[in-house]
Design a protein around this ligand. Structure first.
Ligand SMILES: Cc1ncc(COP(=O)(O)O)c(C=O)c1O
Length: 440
């Protein structure tokens, strides 16, 4: 599929064509967009992207954890072409078409929990979260939600009310959907607690449910089984089980936001499976269709009891996106989830070697290909160093490696699930050079 394996930077960055487009772009595009790199992408192929000046980059973020099968996987491209030639739109909430039905059935089969489920399709992650909020309120007749500090659930009005990631995402946009209480997400690296899970569960029970929010008014707890934008934080093994038990005890729905952690990224089809979670509603998007815009919620059938006409979407479940998703899931099941598990272990192993070498790499963690590397002032204080993290990400870019930050001070690695050892070796070689250049 690929002819070149390693990045190849031929011009100063940005090159002249990129610079011209960026200049024009500034005149027309919303200033709210967060473009970290002066790179104008012309094409993508597997793990590589090429800019308009012919520079080739090694992509370890794959469109922010979206291009799960790599850029333009030939089988996905073929599925898209074939579907686009047959039917591009019909509005799946008003008419039937086969690919949408097939995909819904498939999603109910691959999501955790051996019980009947139903699917609602959207175009994006935030819309999936929006749908989950509405469904949770409708089903329970309750109004309140529990969400987490550090969580990112999207930017539409409901989802941003749950989001607790960065104040810039909220400032000036309130008032938000009322009834959201944020609680701490367990962060093992920054805790010295002998029982972090219990401490965080106590917070929910004792501080929230006994002091400020009656649990019988809570419709749902929204949780990312591995926190994404918040810093690729893996909670302690027993925490999620504790949350699930608390939710069940109080008749609260458990909503797993697997928009970033799902679709094989963590080495299992869903991150929930690492923790034996069986969410009542699961939110999906990002990697589901290899880059075609698609989101979904998959809920227990008895939970998805909203009536005819109560919620719908013109574009949600678009046939071309559904065809891409079916092909994507086939590829994931065939070998890519397993590859994510294997290559994720290799990536973490290599990053841990780097951690031993450099004083500012405080922590390496993750599951499968959802891997975070936390940058600190020194390992004993664990004080976060956002500025150094930003320099690492920036310097890697100038050497042809695309990595992104998440949380205050974490570098995230979210390559396509097709990643191979040679890509990881190349990534690590560049990172090592970058770290060496920064001292440490
Ligand atoms: C966990 C999680 N939920 C929701 C979203 C929002 O998805 P979208 O940008 O497709 O609206 C994101 C996006 O980064 C996410 O990571």
């Amino acid at each position: 599929m690929e002819t070149i394996t390693f990045p190849s930077i031929l011009t100063a960055l940005p090159g002249p064509r990129s610079a011209a487009i960026i200049e024009t772009d500034r005149g027309y595009i919303s200033p709210s967009y967060t473009r970290d790199f002066p790179m104008v992408v012309e094409s993508g192929n597997g793990m590589l992207i090429t800019d308009v000046d012919g520079n080739v980059f090694l992509d370890f973020c794959c469109g922010i954890a979206v291009c799960s099968t790599g850029h333009c996987h030939p089988e996905v491209v073929q599925a898209v072409r074939s579907q686009a030639g047959k039917l591009m739109h019909m509005s799946g909430t008003d008419f039937y078409y086969r690919v949408q039905t097939d995909l819904a059935k498939k999603l109910t089969e691959i999501t955790p929990g051996n019980f009947p489920k139903k699917v609602f399709f959207t175009n994006s992650g935030t819309e999936a979260v929006e749908a989950a909020m509405k469904l949770a309120r409708y089903h329970t007749g309750r109004t309140r939600f529990i969400a987490y500090y550090g969580a990112f659930h999207g930017r539409t009005m409901g989802a941003v009310s749950l989001t607790g990631s960065k104040v810039v995402q909220k400032k000036g946009f309130g008032p938000f959907v009322p009834g959201v209480t944020h609680i701490p997400y367990p962060d093992p690296y920054h805790s010295d607690s002998p029982d972090l899970s219990q401490e965080c569960l106590n917070f929910m029970e004792k501080n929230v449910f006994e002091k400020t929010v009656s649990p019988d008014e809570v419709a749902a707890i929204f949780i990312e089984p591995i926190q994404g934008e918040g810093g690729y934080i893996v909670p302690p093994g027993d925490y999620l089980d504790g949350v699930q038990k608390l939710a069940r005890k109080h008749g609260i729905l458990l909503v797993a936001d697997e928009i970033q952690s799902g679709m094989g990224r963590t080495g299992k089809m869903f991150a929930s499976e690492h923790f034996d979670l069986e969410p009542d509603i699961i939110c999906l998007a990002k990697g589901i269709a290899s880059g075609m815009p698609l989101g979904a919620i998959v809920a227990r059938s008895e939970v998805m009891n909203w009536p005819y006409g109560s919620h719908a979407s013109t574009f949600g479940g678009n046939p071309v996106a559904c065809a891409a998703a079916l092909k994507t899931i086939g590829l994931l099941e065939n070998s890519l989830v397993e590859n994510a598990a294997r290559m994720g272990e290799y990536l973490q192993w290599q990053l841990k070697k780097l951690q031993e070498k450099y004083s500012f790499i405080g922590d390496v963690r993750g599951k499968g290909l959802m891997v975070g590397m936390e940058i600190v002032k020194d390992k004993s204080s664990r004080e976060k160093d956002p500025e150094l993290r930003n320099r690492i990400v920036e310097k890697a870019f100038y050497k042809g490696l695309i990595i992104l930050g998440c949380g205050a001070n974490t570098v995230r690695f979210a390559p396509a699930l097709i990643v191979e050892k040679e890509h990881i070796d190349s990534c690590l070689e560049i990172l090592d050079e970058v770290c060496l250049g920064l001292g440490g």
